[in-house]
Design a protein around this ligand. Structure first.
Ligand SMILES: Cc1ncc(COP(=O)(O)O)c(C=O)c1O
Length: 363
């Protein structure tokens, strides 16, 4: 007899998290994965050495306080170790925030479309997602978000730059927003793509955190530092919030390998900056090329570009697939293309030159 284990109410309404697809194999073409906003560079040799050294200790549990890494992160941002809570990627830290702050039925607000984990994490934690549509140009509609705050809204995510549209929130806009939301609502500034954001007027999470006790900042080692596979991210928040995050965190989720790799990456920041500079230049090159090809590409402060292709999205997606490039496709909405190596980006531009004929001319 098969016994069916019951599931909690509502579980079947939670969409599974979709990982960026692998590229399709096409004869004669090198495949490129531009669907997950990963860093296209391999890890730095100093980082590989640090991880290899840490490998000899993997029969032991990692340090839960991650003291050495916490000291380095604190030093990097001019804060204290008591302001930092680590997790297995910033997505786990986002989950900690919702678990630590919300009661069942409380609301978690975010712009939509934004990072697809937000509604999933909120629902899993027993909270209610509160999506607020983006402005037509792909930015946060902060006015609508402020107006949508209810007595049950406990957490608001601001994604800067926004995944997947690349739009940047200015410091002035976020300061104004913080002046309009109740001071007991926690505002999370998710800066996963911070290092690629060269917008002169951008909001800067750490500066906002210093001025506002209801601000918490999310950083990750997955993108600019190139450690997506090791899972390391952190929150910068008040000591009270951080103490709560540590309580709801899964014990030992941050491995010693991740801690050592994070430390080595902070020590190699100058070397990593050269790569970041190249990726920013490549983003500008691809952006210009896509515009010249007549495609509806948005300005971006991140390591990806957004094509606002609407109803033409699937036609265009097919072209990428045929050319061995995987991108993130949002049917009926648009396509997000990560910035890759120069070779991968050249392929994107070659696809773009064929793609324009599928679309009405962009103005
Ligand atoms: C906006 C945003 N936040 C957080 C994350 C999570 O990254 P990780 O968990 O690898 O730190 C991502 C990853 O794609 C992201 O786009």
């Amino acid at each position: 007899m098969t016994i069916t284990i019951g599931q909690r109410a509502g579980l079947d309404t939670i969409p599974p998290y979709r990982q960026g697809a692998a590229p399709k194999a096409v004869d004669g073409l090198a495949p490129f994965k531009l669907s997950s906003n990963e860093n296209p560079y391999p890890p730095l040799p100093s980082v590989v050495t640090a991880v290899a050294r840490a490998a000899s200790g993997i029969h032991l549990y990692p340090s839960m306080s991650a003291d050495a890494l916490a000291a380095a992160v604190a030093d990097r941002w001019g804060i204290t170790a008591g302001n930092i809570a680590f997790g297995a990627g910033s997505v786990e830290v986002a989950s900690q925030i919702i678990h630590a702050v919300t009661n069942p039925g409380d609301q978690v607000m975010f712009a939509w479309r934004s990072f697809e984990a937000y509604p999933i994490l909120a629902t899993v934690a027993g909270a209610e997602p509160q999506p607020v549509p983006l402005t037509p140009d792909g930015g946060h509609d902060l006015k609508a978000m402020a107006a949508a705050v209810t007595a049950r809204t406990r957490v608001i995510f601001l994604c800067n730059p926004n995944n997947p549209t690349g739009a940047v929130l200015t410091a002035a806009a976020v300061e104004h927003f913080l002046g309009t939301v109740p001071p007991d609502v926690l505002v999370v500034i998710d800066e996963a793509y911070l290092h690629f954001n060269d917008h002169p007027e951008t909001a800067v999470g750490v500066e906002l955190f210093r001025k506002h006790s209801n601000v918490v900042v999310l950083h990750t080692f997955s993108k600019a530092y190139g450690l997506a596979g090791l899972r390391l991210g952190y929150a910068i928040g008040t000591p009270e919030l951080v103490a709560g995050l540590r309580k709801v965190a899964i014990p030992f989720a941050v491995t010693a390998l991740a801690q050592e790799a994070g430390l080595a990456s902070l020590q190699a920041e100058r070397e990593l900056q050269d790569r970041i500079d190249v990726l920013i230049n490549e983003r500008q090159r691809v952006h210009s090329g896509l515009l010249e090809a007549g495609l509806p590409v948005r300005p971006s402060g991140a390591n990806f570009l957004w094509l606002d292709t609407g109803v033409h999205t699937e036609d265009l997606a097919g072209l990428f697939e045929e050319n061995a490039v995987s991108v993130r496709v949002f049917p009926g909405e648009g396509i997000r293309i990560s910035v890759g190596t120069a070779e991968a980006n050249d392929r994107v531009l070659a696809i773009a030159s064929q793609a324009a004929r599928l679309l009405p001319r962009h103005h």
